[in-house]
Design a protein around this ligand. Structure first.
Ligand SMILES: [Zn+2]
Length: 239
């Protein structure tokens, strides 16, 4: 019997690893062959928004009269039956951070081809409360941001926004009142890092828009900031 060379051992190792952790579709658990996280069958059921091709679209429309948005887009429309729903669940609750990175990379490649996002200078993920992040092990928006960053080659600024506990002192309470409608309070921590920049604020989903509005307003309060936003998915009203 011929001795196995090092590369063959490596192949064997990869094969065993694949047996233990097979590469499965996040939409349906079928085994995957390609490099994306959805199989071909699920990919036919995904509903890409293509919003990134238009400067004004049904994503940016959600913020009319609420927030000055340069460009905005979700990658997919979201409904209860979509494979996207399952992918978001895997990302948020099943420790599948890789899903966020892979979708981010793919969306980033699409964004890089359009002029609307060309002058974005940095990516800011919507923060999780630190205790929740410790429990989950990661912030799903920051993971998505990391994938985007690899494709559009812009840095991720994770310490600009924070999600903080509601404080009980009266003065702090008043200042934070306008953010209470989302049930959480955000704080701007490092305005010096974003002054004059075009920022890409990212979250996993757009539903009511209250979270993005709260974070976006804080970012826009800094001199010269321009704001664009992207999410993995967008809830379609009435679906
Ligand atoms: Zn599938």
């Amino acid at each position: 019997m011929l001795p196995l060379s090092l590369p063959k051992w490596r192949d064997l190792g990869a094969g065993l690893l694949h047996l233990i952790y097979p590469n499965l579709c996040v939409g349906c658990d079928r085994e995957l062959s390609g490099d994306y996280c959805f199989c071909l069958i699920c990919r036919r059921q995904l509903h890409e928004t293509k919003q990134y091709l238009e400067p004004e679209n049904d994503f940016t429309e959600r913020f009319w009269g609420r927030l000055q948005v340069e460009s905005g887009a979700a990658m997919y429309y979201f409904n209860r039956k979509s494979p996207v729903q399952r992918a978001l669940h895997q990302l948020k609750y099943k420790n599948q951070a890789d899903v966020g990175v892979r979708i981010g990379r793919r969306f980033g490649r699409l964004l890089a081809r359009t002029p609307h996002f060309a002058d974005v200078e940095a990516i800011v993920p919507v923060p999780l409360h630190s205790s929740r992040e410790r429990r989950r092990g990661y912030n799903q928006s920051a993971i998505f941001a990391q994938g985007l960053s690899e494709s559009i080659r812009r840095p991720v600024l994770e310490n600009v926004l924070a999600r903080v506990q509601q404080t009980t002192t009266q003065t702090r309470k008043k200042r934070m009142e306008r953010f209470q409608n989302v049930g959480t309070v955000f704080a701007l921590k490092r305005p010096d890092r974003i002054r004059g920049k075009h920022l890409l604020l990212v979250d996993d989903v757009l539903t009511t828009g209250a979270t993005l509005e709260a974070c976006g307003s804080l970012l826009l309060s800094v001199d010269g900031v321009r704001l664009s936003m992207v999410t993995i998915a967008m809830a379609v009203q009435g679906v």
